[in-house]
Design a protein around this ligand. Structure first.
Ligand code: SF4
Length: 339
């Protein structure tokens, strides 16, 4: 009987391992890198140089880990579910995965065969992408973009501005939408945010409210597209803190000196923050020692069991309630010393 049980356990384990490993291999097989010719709307962050490297060094980007690929796949499925629900509720979903590109005349430097250079306008593609879809609504066709988010992140996003507070990766989302709105000449679009548990938040993005940000995104695209055309990377980003989160550093394609713009660090002269941090630094070691000693004493008292004990100058009470042990102690004073 025991050997039968063990065999069943082993069989169950080997099947579990086989399912996970075949799924992982299939998902990884489906992740093919492809060359990129122009800035992609979904990847326009705040550094034009990074967007340039996405084009010039696309092969050097590390493959996505399988955990992330699994998330991407679930994200695509959520997108299909959202569209299906919109249709079920009678909305006029005009189209899905609409390819788009922004082409503009930009000033580039043309190099002559004798080494001369002259500025000239050239009509080039500065951004491409695919909009998730458009909905017919009161004579307009607003763009919508579905994002499936980890429920912790989903809980923190209440407005478009929240994306900007969350760091370099998240800035791409509003920028992507603004590029869509600019290209589609629509006054507003909607983010439909799903927490992967079926809950939605819908965030309107009104182009007029974000014109400066839209222009920044366009300028990032122009700079990167011109740089890709001339094979000359744009300057480093002017805030080294962004660089610390950038794949270009880990891939070794961009190595900015991290002290290249010290003036970008704003020095705080008020005492509150540094005093608090100094104090917390001082508490780190005592806090760790307190926690570990607290655990040791409680574990030891558990072995003695429920009761009242005296140890040196200390009166210790150990109680058991519902299978859990609770230990308290207090320093003995003449008032608390048991007679
Ligand atoms: S490491 Fe910094 S400068 Fe280089 S591409 Fe990334 S963000 Fe831009």
């Amino acid at each position: 009987m025991e050997s039968e049980t063990r065999t069943a356990t082993e069989a169950a384990q080997s099947l579990s391992v086989a399912i996970q490993s075949r799924r992982g291999a299939r998902i990884v097989r489906g992740d093919r890198k492809s060359p990129q010719d122009y800035p992609r709307a979904s990847s326009v962050g705040v550094c034009a140089r990074e967007v340039y490297h996405q084009i010039a060094d696309w092969e050097l980007r590390a493959p996505h880990p399988v955990e992330l690929l699994q998330r991407f796949r679930r994200g695509s499925e959520v997108e299909n579910i959202v569209v299906r629900e919109l249709l079920e509720d009678g909305f006029d979903v005009k189209a899905q995965q609409i390819p788009f590109r922004i082409r503009e005349p930009v000033l580039v430097v043309a190099h002559g065969h004798l080494g001369s250079s002259r500025p000239e306008y050239s009509n080039i593609v500065i951004c491409t992408g695919h909009m998730d879809g458009r909905i017919g609504w009161e004579g307009d066709n607003p763009v919508f973009e579905v994002k499936s988010l980890n429920s912790n992140v989903w809980g923190r996003i209440e407005s478009v501005a929240d994306f900007f507070k969350m760091g370099s990766f998240w800035v791409r989302y509003p920028r992507q939408m603004l590029l869509y709105l600019y290209q589609a000449a629509e006054p507003f679009g909607l983010f439909i945010l799903d927490d992967c548990l079926g809950h939605w938040k819908i965030l309107p993005v009104v182009l007029d409210d974000w014109l400066d940000e839209c222009e920044d995104a366009l300028q990032t695209c122009r700079t990167a597209a011109i740089a890709a055309r001339s094979a000359r990377p744009p300057p480093y980003h002017n805030d080294p803190t962004w660089c610390l989160e950038c794949w270009c550093r880990t891939a070794g394609v961009c190595s900015p000196p991290l002290d290249f713009t010290p003036q970008k660090f704003v020095e705080l002269h008020g005492p509150a923050v540094s005093v608090d941090l100094d104090a917390m630094e001082g508490w780190k070691t005592p806090h760790a020692s307190y926690s570990s000693t607290d655990k040791t004493v409680k574990a030891l008292m558990k072995t003695y069991g429920p009761g009242r004990y005296i140890a040196g100058d200390w009166l210790i009470t150990c109680e058991e309630k519902g299978g859990k042990f609770y230990t308290r102690w207090q320093r003995l004073t003449s008032a608390s010393t048991p007679s």
